[in-house]
Every structure is written in C-alpha cells, then in structure tokens.
Design a protein around this ligand. Sequence first.
Ligand code: 4NP
Length: 155
Amino acid sequence: MKILMVCLGNICRSPMAEGIMQAKIEKYKLDVEVDSAGFEAFHTGDAPDFRAVRVMKQHGIDISGQRSRLFRISDFDVFDRIYVMDSGNFSDVKSMAKDVNHMQKVDYILNISHQGSNKPVPDPYYGGEQGFEKTYQLLDSATELIAIEIKNGGK
Ligand code: 4NP
C-alpha cells in the first residue's frame, strides 16, 4: 500500500504526517510506503520548516532530509490513499481529479478518528511552536489509528 500525505506548503503538516507515519510503519512492520506533497510552489525543494523539524526531533523522528514537492496528477495512480489536512487541500486535490475513482482515494486525515467530520489539522505555519506540538499530537493519534487499521487488514 502507498499513502500520500497532502497539505499546502509541504513544509509543515504533511512532512510531519509522513515522518510520523513512517515511524508507525516501522513500529508495526507494515508493508506500506508513505510520501508527502503540497500545492504551493513557494517552498518546492526546501527542507521542512525548522519548527517542524525541531518538534519532530523532540519526539525522536528526523524529517530534516525531506524536500517539498508539488502534488501531481500521476499521484492519483501511484497512491492508494491520499490524506489531506484541511478543506483547502481537499479542494486543491479535487480540482486535479479526473474521475470518482481518483476522489475515492482522498480523505481528511482526521476522519480516521472523527468519521465524516472533515475536521482540519490547523496550519501551524503562522503561529508559535505550540502549534507544531498540537499538530504532532493530532497526527500521531490519526496515524496510530491508520496503522492499526492497516495491521488489521485494512485495504
Ligand atoms: P503547510 O504550512 O501547508 O502545513 O506546509 C504552510 C507552509 C507554507 C505556506 C503555506 C502553508 N506558504 O504559503 O508559504
């Protein structure tokens, strides 16, 4: 299975989601690959935001080697699941989808714990470091549930 995490800049939320999911893949020995992408080209090629790197390091996960990239239409074919962080990301992905099969792969990441709520993972970019810790906590809970679901045979 291949999972793509999507946010706007691909320097805060989705790189954190990728890093935490990767840690769960190792913890639960899952046959899963994870990547992340964004829709804002401003940071393409950049490492994650230093605050994201720092908070992740505090939790024992190194995401400093990741580089920001844009979402591309071929991602719909490569990935089995595409998790977005908020309604803006959802609209951005939807605008590139060719058919319902593409959109069936897409969901809000917090719908794993709050089914159908379409709750956002708030963007921590313009706030302080606590925002990044809150992002970590939200994504840690969500990816734990995703990992357990896959471990139990989720497709
Ligand atoms: P992210 O946060 O979507 O969680 O990576 C952002 C980072 C940078 C920008 C927007 C969102 N930006 O426009 O530069």
